[in-house]
Design a protein. Structure first.
Length: 79
């Protein structure tokens, strides 16, 4: 009987750990999304080099679709 109680304790602790990890992940994702619109994207070089850097950042999911479009239009206006 004591062995079963300890097994249930382990399952309860595991469930608590999983819930805490899920909450942390959700909070981190939420904060990253909120902060994404406020950051400034700094690119170097001429328009072609900056466009290549921007595409690379977008492909790596480091720049959102909205940020990509705004910066892409900025670069295209300079040409």
């Amino acid at each position: 009987m004591l062995g079963n109680v300890q097994g249930y304790h382990v399952l309860i602790l595991l469930a608590i750990v999983v819930v805490v990890v899920v909450v942390i992940v959700v909070v981190v994702i939420s904060v990253r999304r909120k902060g994404a619109g406020r950051r400034s994207i700094e690119l170097e070089g001429g328009p072609a080099a900056r466009m290549a850097q921007l595409v690379h950042l977008h492909d790596q999911h480091l720049v959102s679709d909205d940020e990509f479009e705004v910066k892409r239009r900025e670069i295209l206006r300079e040409i």
